[in-house]
Design a binder for this molecule. Structure first.
Ligand SMILES: Cc1cc2nc3c(=O)[nH]c(=O)nc-3n(C[C@H](O)[C@H](O)[C@H](O)COP(=O)(O)OP(=O)(O)OC[C@H]3O[C@@H](n4cnc5c(N)ncnc54)[C@H](O)[C@@H]3O)c2cc1C
Length: 372
């Protein structure tokens, strides 16, 4: 399958690249060392019109380009929009005008609180509850590793509302004011990578939310989140492709210096990496195309996310390995740390493989014919 991106998108790619090359070096060190969300950079990116979460192709290309220059900052520019698609797909008119519109225009930040201390992979069995009392719900529980907890204007939180049904049908999503009584947010520090993103623990102790703050229908929260992942996993894939492309650029620059001896085995390693990066890019673009044309394919999305994230991690390891002490000192060290999260969030590599294998089971059936 061939993807020719329009001239418009290619021009947009150049614009994002130029912005990142010009602005990121100013914020790179501070954001990583101080573990600080680069608010000023985010403001500049919004003003420069390079962040378009409502347009999947533009968003994907921006993520790819930004993370090829600096993964931590590229990811930091993306997370304020985390979960906006849920509002777009399932929000009421009021939720769209009060929450979704300001978020996609960079005027508000949001976050999505799913994971709990007991684990994030098994979302159907989360423990946080929301109990109905008249015209409001009372939420109790605790959420872990929540991005933007400290900086978001609001969060979407997944909590159990239904009893006596399958676990998948028991959760609902609510808009949560992080400043409401009963919400306690503490920042997690000392993360391996993506240190410009704000990661938090959120404890919810009898927090009141209005019943009009529910997103969509009761008991549908788990399914809404799964549908969101079908889209958001392509974002992780695009960030991963950017990381791997960034490593290729750095290796080519390193070996263009005659001081650094290039042997045939180095050329082979870089050539292998280039083929894997291009495969990851094509898989990602194919998954994005399925979403863009209204034929979202969860298996393709999981394949793109699992494959691209592993290419990102492998490339960053190779980058440091081939360049030795230079790699440890240069920004490749940051690439190495920032890449790892790609294999974990939005469904770990194991979870993506379960999605892919379950599809193969349904495609081939339990008893597979030997008439190949
Ligand atoms: C920097 C950062 C930011 C994050 N931001 C957010 C956020 O904004 N919102 C949010 O809700 N979460 C967020 N997360 C959490 C993230 O989504 C989870 O870490 C992820 O879903 C994995 O969950 P877990 O860490 O609890 O691991 P677990 O679910 O406990 O899994 C541990 C290990 O077991 C494996 N495993 C689990 N189940 C199976 C299975 N059935 N078969 C095979 N292997 C299995 C997993 O692959 C993993 O390797 C963030 C995490 C990090 C590190």
């Amino acid at each position: 399958m061939e993807f020719t991106l329009s001239e418009d998108i290619e021009r947009f790619r150049d614009r994002v690249r130029n912005f990142s090359l010009r602005e990121f070096p100013v914020y790179s060190k501070r954001s990583d060392e101080m573990e600080e969300f680069p608010e000023e950079l985010f403001r500049k990116a919004v003003a420069s019109d390079i962040l378009h979460p409502e347009d999947i192709w533009k968003f994907i290309i921006a993520l790819e380009e930004m993370s090829s220059v600096n993964p931590n900052l590229g990811i930091s520019m993306a997370v304020p929009f985390f979960g906006n698609e849920i509002l777009r797909f399932y929000g009421t008119q009021k939720q769209i005008s009060d929450l979704y519109e300001p978020v996609i225009h960079g005027k508000k930040k949001m976050g999505l609180a799913l994971t709990e201390p007991g684990g994030g992979s098994d979302l159907a069995n989360l423990k946080t509850t929301a109990v109905r009392e008249g015209d409001h719900y009372v939420i109790s529980g605790s959420k872990m590793f929540i991005t933007n907890g400290d900086i978001a204007d609001f969060l979407l939180v997944l909590a159990r509302t239904e009893n006596g049904v399958k676990p998948q049908q028991s959760h609902s999503l609510f808009v949560l004011n992080p400043h409401a009584a009963g919400v306690k947010i503490s920042k997690i520090q000392g993360k391996l990578g993506v240190r410009g993103t704000d990661t938090t623990i959120i404890s919810l102790d009898g927090v009141h939310v209005d019943s009009s703050d529910m997103i969509g229908k009761p008991g549908m929260g788990f399914y809404y989140v799964m549908n969101f992942f079908d889209v958001s996993r392509t974002y992780v894939a695009a960030l991963s492709v950017g990381i791997a492309e960034g490593i290729i650029r750095r290796l080519m620059a390193f070996y263009s210096d005659p001081e650094n001896k290039m042997e045939e085995r180095h050329q082979f390693a870089i050539a292998d990496l280039a083929a894997r990066v291009e495969s990851a890019r094509m898989l990602t673009y194919e998954a994005v195309n399925s979403i863009h044309t209204g034929r979202t394919d969860p298996v393709l999305t999981s394949e793109a996310k699992a494959f691209a994230s592993e290419v990102a991690v492998d490339s960053s390891r190779l980058g440091v390995l081939l360049t030795g002490t230079y790699g440890m000192e240069s920004d490749m060290e940051q690439f190495f740390r920032d890449a790892k999260i790609m294999e974990i969030w939005e469904g770990s590599s194991e979870i993506e493989r379960l999605v892919i294998y379950r599809f193969l089971r349904s495609k081939y059936g339990k008893k597979v014919s030997r008439a190949f």
